[in-house]
Write a protein that binds this ligand. Structure first.
Ligand code: AN0
Ligand code: CP
Length: 317
């Protein structure tokens, strides 16, 4: 594998899952694969899990890692071509990217949707420039439209906890005070659509996602109805996708918070969230602390998804 930006890059999903479980059994089995190879992780946005789990995954494979927080200590970067750079930005991404490529073998990039231009976000302008100009394999550590390392960890987690072949997985929108990207829900939907699970998406009207990600999922506007019989509840907030509200918070309706009463409608479902999560906005303390909450094992699987992806990239070098 050269680049990893979405589920399709993995090829056969069952094969990728098998590799993930092999790594989980013995995460140091491939500790020679990354010897003398350097991973550069470039963050345009904050991170706890992605930063730690990807670095740990690289170390398990014997790689060296460098982390660059673009907004802390690096030169401020211009991203638009043709701009007269007489403002506060000292360097252009078009030089910065190939320079970064000089110092590493593999690059991970975190660059969220900026909500300034839907077209720029949905064409993955920043991530694609890394792919085009770095000269290195590039993987997404959450880009504008997808968070594939998260979705891969989510899938691994569901595979570990599911009690039937075809579980019912419900992704529910939940309230949040600030505008969040659609990357996590888009990506989760894309990965669920690549399985044969029963997959339902529920959200208030106005929060419809890009149809290319919704695919064949059932969209149900009544959250309670959607949750009936669910085996997994995947909560997430996202800002509106549709124009003219792209990137806007159109409501913070707390009746959508996942609480004990909502969970009682399910088939004793497991609760999932990618984290970070705002308690008592997205989910109540009781639900996230309950024995059915698997948010911590889900986060732990980020190491496994990252290591599987890095292993595949290293094998292709
Ligand atoms: C980000 C998001 O919703 O995309 C990252 C989640 C992994 N969340 C926040 O910015 C709070
Ligand atoms: N879930 C996730 O990607 O978390 P971070 O933003 O902390 O990396």
């Amino acid at each position: 594998m050269r680049n990893f930006t979405c589920v399709h890059d993995l090829g056969d999903l069952n094969n990728a899952l098998a590799q993930a479980f092999e790594i989980k059994k013995d995460r140091f089995r491939f500790s020679e694969l990354g010897k003398n190879k350097t991973l550069l992780m470039v963050f345009f946005n904050s991170s706890l899990r992605t930063r730690l789990s990807t670095q740990k995954a690289a170390m398990n494979l014997g790689m060296n890692t460098i982390v660059l927080d673009v907004n802390q200590g690096a030169w401020k970067l211009e991203t638009e071509r043709g701009v007269i750079m007489d403002g506060d930005k000292s360097e252009h991404l078009l030089e910065a990217i190939p320079v970064m490529g000089c110092y590493c073998d593999v690059i991970g990039v975190r660059s969220f949707a900026r909500f300034e231009s839907k077209e720029d976000d949905y064409t993955e302008k920043i991530l694609n420039q890394f792919i085009q100009y770095s000269g290195r394999p590039v993987f997404s550590m959450e880009a504008a439209t997808r968070h594939p390392l998260q979705s891969f960890a989510d899938l691994i987690t569901i595979e570990e906890y599911k009690q039937k072949e075809r579980p019912k997985v419900v992704m529910t929108w939940a309230p949040h005070p600030r505008a969040l990207p659609q990357a996590v829900p888009n990506s989760f939907a894309e990965w669920m659509n690549a399985t044969d699970y029963e997959f339902v998406i529920t959200h208030p009207e106005g929060y419809e996602l890009d149809p290319q990600f919704v695919g064949n999922a059932r969209v149900e506007y009544d959250q309670r109805k959607a949750l009936e019989g669910a085996d997994f509840v995947y909560a997430k907030n996202w800002a509106a996708y549709r124009d003219p509200n792209y990137g806007k918070v159109i409501n913070t309706d707390r009746s959508w918070t996942v609480d004990t009463e909502k969970m009682a409608l399910t088939n004793n479902a497991y609760f999932m969230h990618c984290l970070p999560v705002r308690r008592n906005m997205i989910v109540t303390d009781d639900v996230i602390e309950s024995p059915r909450s698997i948010v911590i094992p889900e986060a732990a699987n980020r190491e496994i998804s990252a290591q599987t992806v890095l292993k595949m990239i290293l094998e292709g070098l």
